[in-house]
Design a binder for this molecule. Structure first.
Ligand SMILES: [Fe+2]
Ligand SMILES: [Fe+2]
Length: 187
C-alpha cells in the first residue's frame, strides 16, 4: 500500500517520533481503509435513495420521491466530505467500484423500512469505527467520526419516525398526507 503522509499533529512530529513509527503506520493504514469503507457506504446510500426516489415517483408519491432525492444528495455530500477529509489529511483513497445496484421495494412502507435499515447499518459502522479510533494516538480522526455518529443518530430517528407514521397512515389518503408533509423538505 502507498505510504501515507500523516497529518495528525504535524508531519514533523511524525517523522521525529521514530519509536512509534510502526504503530503509527498501522494506525494510518486503518484510517485509510476506514475512509475507503466510508466512501463505499456513503455512495451505496446515494444509490439506495436514488432507487427509492424513482420507485416512489413511479407510484405518484412525488413528495416522498422528492424527500428521497434530497436524501440521496445528502449522502453524496457525505461522500464528498470524506474526499475533502482525505485531501486535507493527505490520505490516499481508492474509489469504490460501481456495481449494478437495483434495490427492490414492495411498498412505500417497505422503502422507508429499508432506508431505516440502511441508516442503522451506517450508524453501527460509524459507531464501531469511532470506538476503535478512541484508542488512536491523535483525536483528529475520532473527532471527525463523531460528526457522522451524530448524523446517523439523527437520520435513524428521522427514518424511525417516518416509518411509524407510514404504518399509521395505512394506504391511499393517509399516504397522501405524509407525501404532502415530506414534500415540504427543502434540503
Ligand atoms: Fe450518509
Ligand atoms: Fe444517511
Amino acid at each position: 500500500m502507498e505510504t501515507i503522509n500523516r497529518n495528525f499533529n504535524t508531519t514533523i512530529d511524525y517523522i521525529s517520533d521514530k519509536s512509534n513509527q510502526n504503530q503509527d503506520n498501522s494506525e494510518s493504514c486503518i484510517i485509510q481503509q476506514s475512509i475507503n469503507q466510508m466512501l463505499r457506504l456513503e455512495i451505496e446510500s446515494y444509490y439506495f435513495y436514488t432507487d427509492m426516489e424513482v420507485y416512489l415517483y413511479h407510484l405518484g408519491l412525488n413528495g416522498m420521491s422528492n424527500w428521497a432525492k434530497l436524501q440521496a444528495s445528502e449522502e453524496l455530500d457525505h461522500f464528498k466530505k470524506h474526499v475533502e477529509y482525505a485531501k486535507i489529511k493527505k490520505i490516499s483513497i481508492t474509489l469504490p467500484g460501481i456495481d449494478e445496484f437495483n434495490q427492490k421495494f414492495s411498498s412505500p412502507l417497505d422503502s422507508f423500512e429499508k432506508a431505516l435499515s440502511q441508516e442503522i447499518k451506517l450508524g453501527d459502522f460509524y459507531n464501531s469505527l469511532d470506538h476503535k479510533a478512541t484508542n488512536f494516538k491523535n483525536p483528529s480522526f475520532s473527532n471527525y467520526l463523531t460528526i457522522f455518529v451524530n448524523e446517523q443518530d439523527e437520520e435513524i430517528n428521522l427514518l424511525d419516525n417516518i416509518v411509524k407514521r407510514v404504518k399509521l397512515a395505512g394506504s391511499n389518503s393517509g399516504l397522501l398526507i405524509i407525501d404532502h408533509d415530506l414534500a415540504q423538505r427543502e434540503v
